[in-house]
Design a protein around this ligand. Sequence first.
Ligand SMILES: [Fe+2]
Length: 503
Amino acid sequence: MIEKEILEYAGKKQMMLQGKALEALAKSIDYKKILDSLEIENAFMVTEEIVSQKNALLKEAPKSKVKQRVAVTGTAKGFKPRAKDMEPNFRIMKELDVTGQSCSEGKVSDFMHLFRSKFEALSGMLKNRHHLAPKPIKRLNGVAKNEKVDVVGMVYEQWTSKNGHLAFRIEDLEDKCVVLVMKNDPKLTEIAAHIMLDDVIGVKGVKFGDQFLIAKEILWPDLPMRPAKTSERKVSLASISDLHVGSKLFLEKDFYRFLDWINGRIGSEKEKEKVGNIKYLLVVGDNVDGIGIYPKQFDELNIRDINKQYDKFTKMMMEIPDYIEVIICPGQHDAVRWADPKPAIPKEFVKELSDRENFHFIGSPGWVEIEGLKTLLYHGDSLHDLISKMSFLKSSKPEDATVELLKKRDLMSAYGLRHPYVPEKKDFMIVREEPDLVFLGDMHHSGFANYRGTTVIHNGTWQAQTDYQVKLGHTPTPGLVPIIDLHTRKINQTRFIGNEADV
Ligand SMILES: [Fe+2]
């Protein structure tokens, strides 16, 4: 009879039991608890192995090797932060965030909407570029051979011709054509190496045949050149990402040092003065390590329950002084969908923080206008595909990859590679505004770039080097916190790791 109950219970949760999972559940301590926790982890297929792992956890909860911190001490006595007396001045730009606006059903029509939305937004930006006067592709017929002509299109095929020229098939909403980049034009060939499928590009070229032109110049929507905007008030912003709470490799001791620092409990007087100006803290995803993110992850976890990972994250984040506005977006390890764009972390996981006035959860990508500066947060999932496709990009210099995305004005590097995207009716991956600041994480490597008035800040991590990173030869930069003075746009970085710590 118990088997019937289990099947009904799993059926209600739309879960499938594989092989001997039913038998294992019947013998387990509490099948409901096991299925409940798998539901939270979005499990669809329940295997015997997963059931026995969960059952073992119910028998004995793993003990954390890190000594538990007992008291929250608040800001230090005598620490008088300037930011405490400042009213917050920020606005979450909900119109650019998928949170609460996801309506995709994954139908063919949704994909059509997505690509149309993308083409319209990006071609509109290109048409605003003053030295590009594009004709619709179908009008190429009316252009004389060898006459100059501009077009705009989305790249949907690329190859190298028999003669060694680069060829791209591009299309607008009505027609398509082939663009050739001649091998005897090395400068343009180098520029064309940056083109990826689905890019929307502008081409200044010469007509060679109907639906066929030779490129002389290739343009992306790009950001306009502009001076770096600064805030009126003297106020600072700090950012962190990739805590991976719950991982055995989470650098908890060092993170508590950061919490001591932000509360003015440690650091020189000069350092405390700097800390006292921090009014905003951005947290750019991978807040917890999650469960079942990759094979064998279970063995690398210190906390093997997603709710408990968020409880721990909450406990630590509650130590951030309440005069600091904290804005948090998800990463692919958080309890949201893997595909981009990601909505905010659901309230059920972070209830205590959500109830606080100074904590704000947004999607990835998500936008906030802070002290008049348009600030884009994106965890950075698409960078992996971009870096693997472009040999001149490296994961140790993630800021270069982000500048590529800014030139494209599109955070989706290409559709159909490793990273998935949900076909929302509006393309939330487009960089519709001109951001003053862009914050990313994900690569576990810090980096900075200034590009046409935009500052790109890549956060490091609070997780030590993983076995996977060792195999890849990727050395992370943990425990670094950039502080941006919004009034001067100067960036300072404080290190919290081991003997090399600044405080
Ligand atoms: Fe991460």
